[in-house]
Write a protein that binds this ligand. Structure first.
Ligand SMILES: NC(=O)c1ccc[n+]([C@@H]2O[C@H](COP(=O)([O-])OP(=O)(O)OC[C@H]3O[C@@H](n4cnc5c(N)ncnc54)[C@H](O)[C@@H]3O)[C@@H](O)[C@H]2O)c1
Ligand SMILES: O=C(O)C(=O)C[C@@H](O)[C@H](O)[C@H](O)COP(=O)(O)O
Ligand SMILES: [Zn+2]
Length: 372
């Protein structure tokens, strides 16, 4: 598949911004150096992404800004109150003002943290996100959901704080371990189920290739752009998740519960993959989802190497974690479910026996439980 090497997706809403995906986009940071000489920039970067952080700092410095690098722990270890407080201290000591900037560099865990530090410092400074994982470019860095985890659960503290720009060079994604990249594919496939079935067709046409960003760079760009477009359309219409935005949470009620029960040793996308099968089972059981579409969930996720099953014997913990899902209202569990392809709806207060049956269906069958 030949095609353009760069794509720009506009995200609408009150404060519109662009997602630029293409070679050399880091240079665009120069435009954020500010009109006043010496704009301070906190470059929050995941450990391991030092080279890119230094490149970003050089670009900013060259344009007159004063970057300050802050390395944060890898993956979910970054999304803690302690790491966040450390960044607040850094901002305070450096005297960051409202005209200064935060840049986030890394996977979704880091962009969530960087976005939240920007959202909270002086009640909000600008943030530019440089996602370096597939999951972060198609999902975490776009849309302005920022936050950290607490002992009670995933992303329980956060804010809606959209970035002013998102920049991703596809070359960054090629550094990811395959299992991490494939985890990001779960969110891409999610977008296929909830809104853009062409994504599913593309993945199903070559599932092994879809899991390798270099197998067909044009297809990689197409999948990224399509998933970002789905997210952009949704968040432009409902930034603060009053209703429509909930569809982006497809598979996350059970998925976040797995992450919590596993103490974040499971990759987010892997957990969401099982979560999508769980809610597809549930929706099929209550008569919403046709059998063929349930089967398609397992087929496409399995084809790219994502897990479709979780361990048995953990229902009590999972059920308790699901009760703390943000879509819950009081004691009422609410799921995003499908009644057809690209036709999301809500499944409210399902019977406990149906929940247990859906759990049995995802914990009885063999699945990939060895990806931790
Ligand atoms: N805010 C949102 O809307 C949103 C959406 C989806 C997911 N999320 C959050 O995003 C996180 C998951 O994102 P993720 O999968 O990117 O996780 P992550 O940030 O933990 O990154 C996954 C792994 O990939 C590595 N990695 C990242 N970029 C790399 C690169 N260029 N080269 C080599 N390794 C690289 C990381 O070091 C890490 O080990 C979760 O915390 C999830 O809750 C947020
Ligand atoms: O952007 C959204 O809205 C999403 O729900 C996207 C999800 O993929 C993402 O994992 C998000 O962080 C989950 O949000 P939460 O509100 O359930 O914590
Ligand atoms: Zn997610």
């Amino acid at each position: 598949m030949a095609g353009p090497v760069s794509r720009t997706i506009q995200v609408g809403g009150e404060r519109p911004y662009a997602v630029h995906v293409g070679p050399g986009v880091v240079e665009r940071l120069a435009a954020h150096a500010g009109e006043e000489p010496g704009r301070q920039v906190l470059v929050v970067h995941q450990r391991g992404r030092e080279e890119l952080a230094e490149q970003a700092a050089q670009t900013l410095r060259g344009a007159g800004a004063r970057p300050l690098l802050a390395a944060v722990p890898d993956a979910e270890s970054a999304k803690t109150a302690a790491v966040l407080a450390g960044l607040w201290d850094t901002l305070g000591e450096a005297g960051f003002t409202r005209s200064d900037l935060v840049v986030g560099i890394g996977g979704g865990a880091t962009t969530d943290l960087a976005g939240f530090v920007a959202a909270t410092w002086l009640r909000g400074v600008e943030v530019v996100q440089l996602p370096t994982s597939l999951l972060a470019v198609v999902d975490a860095a776009v849309g302005g959901k920022t936050g950290i985890n607490t002992a009670a659960g995933k992303n329980l503290v956060g804010a809606f704080h959209p970035p002013v720009e998102v920049l991703c060079d596809p070359a960054w994604l090629t550094g990811q371990a395959r299992a991490d990249y494939v985890s990001g594919l779960a969110e891409v496939i999610k977008c296929g189920f909830i809104a853009d079935p062409v994504i599913l067709d593309l993945v199903e046409a070559d599932p092994a290739g879809a899991g390798d960003p270099l197998a067909d760079p044009a297809r990689t760009l197409e999948l990224v752009a399509r998933a970002v477009q789905v997210k952009a359309d949704v968040v432009a219409a409902d930034l603060t998740e009053t209703s429509l935005r909930e569809i982006l949470n497809y598979g996350h009620t059970f998925g976040h519960a797995i992450e919590q029960v596993e103490d974040y040793r499971w990759r987010h996308g892997d957990a969401v993959a099982v979560g999508m099968v769980f809610v597809a089972e549930l929706a099929h059981r209550v008569g919403l989802l046709p059998a063929g579409l349930l089967e398609r969930h397992r087929r496409v996720l399995d084809a790219v190497g994502l897990p479709t099953a979780y361990l048995p014997g953990r229902w009590e913990q999972l059920r308790a974690a699901m009760a703390r899902d943000k879509k819950s209202r009081g004691a009422t569990l609410r799921f995003v479910a499908l009644e057809g392809l690209a036709s999301p709806t809500r499944l409210v207060a399902p019977a406990e026996e149906d929940l247990v049956a859906a759990y049995a269906a995802v914990s009885g069958a063999p699945g990939r439980l060895d990806r931790v």
